[in-house]
Design a protein around this ligand. Structure first.
Ligand SMILES: Cc1cc2nc3c(=O)[nH]c(=O)nc-3n(C[C@H](O)[C@H](O)[C@H](O)COP(=O)(O)O)c2cc1C
Length: 359
């Protein structure tokens, strides 16, 4: 049966479907609805304090006995930023002035880490899975998370990254194809034009590592799930398709942009946050890219672009989305999982007879 394997058994899942942890787009209600339907719920912790992380995990636990993935994007302190990016700031100031938003704020450096307080929350509340994006933390943190009995996974965008993660001791690897919405999980500096799409990436990662592989990027219906499993994936991680679930924290205007997207609506750009990510293409990205301006280091650049959201103009706010945005549907999370399972069954049964052999 396609829906059960070593990975799903280890994580107590009925379906090999992971709902991507997507920062504050993901809510305890969304993750719980997915977990209640037999998938893996995901909660992003980017920007959340340890107390907020605790509240989010506890909120999930109150709603369901299912399994949870808690996610940390990691990045290093960029050093001092004062006086950086004057041209970028001037270009943004023109957009701020157009919307009457006052002066562009000064960039603030930050670090993305699992600090002692977060580690304490993880050890006490023990989510079934902790996932990392942009590489792994140092051995002390990684070891402490694993010692707590937590299953550790991390995104890889190339075979070399997957091997490096396996060598550091991850329990499974998310193979993130270039179709994926959100930030590229790359941590090796491989240029986006050289990172493979999911169809090429998954079988090559499966051949290169011994741990289970989770396919992510452009999967939004059962055909995509069936294909990923055929390519050797043990599970899929789906992001964009969950953004239109009522439980996701996505404003109406952005839901509309997803609903009207086409196959060529998205673009990978670093001008919104300082790191390459796939977004719905819009005026903000076009104008900041046109002049070849260097963005500030991640995520200080988003400290400059984010306040534009106050203007409520979809053309001036970043909306992360993958290349299959046009395949997404307006469904509650439980309905989406049910639909994905039915479609996967239909896709697979087209090729396999009732005996389980090829027809
Ligand atoms: C809105 C959005 C936010 C995301 N935020 C994160 C994040 O905080 N951490 C992370 O590991 N991945 C994040 N991702 C990437 C997902 O983990 C995953 O790679 C991607 O959603 C898969 O492609 P798909 O969107 O086409 O399904 C995000 C994706 C989207 C669409």
């Amino acid at each position: 049966m396609w829906s059960s394997n070593e990975l799903t058994e280890r994580l107590k899942l009925d379906r090999p479907i992971f709902q991507a942890p997507m920062g504050d787009y993901t809510t305890p209600a969304l993750a719980a609805a997915v977990a209640d339907s037999g998938g893996l719920g995901g909660l992003g912790m980017w920007g959340y304090s340890a107390e907020e992380a605790e509240r989010r995990i506890s909120g999930f636990r109150q709603l369901t006995a299912g399994s949870l993935n808690v996610n940390y994007p990691l990045w290093e302190h960029p050093g001092g930023l004062s006086g950086m990016g004057p041209e970028m700031r001037a270009r943004l100031q023109a957009l701020y002035d157009e919307k009457g938003l006052g002066p562009v704020p000064h960039p603030r450096p930050s670090t993305g880490e699992v600090d002692e307080d977060h580690l304490d929350v993880l050890k006490r509340l023990r989510p079934e899975v902790v996932s990392f994006h942009f590489g792994l933390p140092d051995d002390a943190i990684l070891g402490a998370v694993k010692e707590a009995g937590i299953f550790v996974i991390c995104s890889a965008t190339t075979v070399a990254e997957a091997k490096a993660l396996e060598a550091r001791g991850v329990d499974a690897i998310i193979a993130q194809g270039t179709e994926a919405g959100g930030h590229r999980g790359t941590f090796s500096g491989t240029h986006i034009s050289m990172q493979p799409g999911l169809f090429a990436l998954v079988p090559q990662v499966v051949d290169a590592v011994k741990v289970p592989v989770i396919a992510a990027g452009g999967i939004a219906d059962g055909r995509g799930i069936a294909a990923a499993l055929m390519l050797g994936a043990s599970a899929v991680q789906i992001g964009t398709a969950f953004l239109r679930c009522e439980e996701a924290n996505v404003p109406g205007q952005n839901r509309e942009r997803l609903a009207t997207a086409s196959d060529s609506s998205t673009v990978v750009s670093d001008v919104v946050t300082g790191r390459p990510a796939r977004f719905i293409r819009n005026r903000l990205i076009d104008e900041l890219s046109a002049e070849g301006l260097e963005p500030l280091p991640f995520p200080a650049q988003s400290g400059l672009t984010h306040p534009l959201e106050k203007a409520g103009d979809g053309e001036l706010m970043g909306l992360y989305a993958g290349q299959s945005a046009a395949l997404t549907r307006d469904l509650p999370a439980a309905g989406l999982i049910e639909t994905l399972v039915r479609e996967t069954n239909e896709s697979l049964s087209r090729f396999v007879g009732s005996t389980g052999h090829l027809a």
